[in-house]
Design a protein around this ligand. Sequence first.
Ligand code: NAI
Length: 397
Amino acid sequence: MSSKTQNILICGGGNGAHVLAGILSSRENTQTNVLTLHDNEADIWNKALENDVMCCTFPNGSETRGRPNMISKNPADVVPGTNLILISVPAFSHDRYLKAIEPYICCPTTIVGLPGQPGFEFQSRDILRKKSQFVSVMSAVTLPWACRIVEYGRKVKINGTKKSVNVAIIKDTSKGTVNPLLQLQSVLGTPPALNKINHFLELSLMFASVHPGLMYGRWKYWDGIPLSAEPLFYQGTDDFQAKCVTDLDDEIQLVAKEISKRTGVDFQGCASMYDWLTRSYGSAISNPSNLKTTLVTNKAYEGMVHPMIKVKGGYVPDFKHRYLSEDVPFGLVVVKGMAKIVGLKTPVIDEVIRWGQQKLGKVYIEGTELTGEHICETRAPQVYGIKTLKDLQAMMK
Ligand code: NAI
């Protein structure tokens, strides 16, 4: 193991992984490796850095430069000896990364879902069960940055940095030698200020509304005619989209309140989307009057467009994008699963899941039941055998 103080592994090869690689590899006391399992990303990234370093640009125009120690698609190359693993990929690939790293974990390690997204707690406990004496597992509610790759492997741009990010400790076996939260804060720097939330289940009970709500609101009544330009995603929010997000959010809040009432756990950090946005982005939002204006006037969202596919005659929506492929099975379906456990009806969530699953070519729910043939591809608690309030309470300890 390196004599350097932190031996960090970044899992992923997308926007978030690029920011982490750019920032952390510029640090003196850090050895940064990257594991990317997707296609031939590792080869492409290595080739891009053959004669160059990575450059990460911040919203104020400043830059960091650095080069990761090793970028590999082979976990045996990069997992052993790592004391911090940051998984920064869409939730649909968490399973692949957790299973790939698990056999190589043999010393105390902190593993962070950055972000974890709903259901990370169920999945990580399940896959890392045999290594529980070594691992502290945390989950961040979101990525600290709004960011996009500018040039693969080389350049990434941060459009906005959140002031604070809620983080949950799912399992802590560090036995006092390392405080995983402080470890992560020292690696990321400030901002964002990491805020430890009261209970890890909170992370599954918020944040599932915005992407599916905006997608449903924009495309539910689309006439199928290609658009001449890609519409703005957040900044193009109209009244109907804002209502869709709010209606989803209201149901999610009801589920959180019911679980809280029935289990006695206080979900202090469960905020509405509006509260979360204003708290996270602060002065980047020029008009925080309501949900619509916080989305439309948030500088961190400048230039972000709907996921679109270029076709003859213009652009059509990409319904396979992570705004649905991540946020339905690893967002709304997880909340729906928890609503089922406490016997709550969720008509708005059901409607958006039904629309989203049809666009994704999947069946998660049938009517209002979690009986679709692809339910096993989601992180609904029922997939992990958590079917009753008693099961949920046992898992919440
Ligand atoms: P991304 O869209 O850039 O992720 C793409 C990457 O995911 C690929 O490059 C690949 O490395 C990996 N991947 C995709 N399919 C895979 C597969 N089948 N197997 C293995 N790996 C696969 O994602 P991004 O932007 O880095 O986001 C990471 C997480 O952060 C997501 O959960 C996202 O929702 C969240 N997030 C992202 C923000 C942003 O501004 N980029 C802002 C807030 C949250």
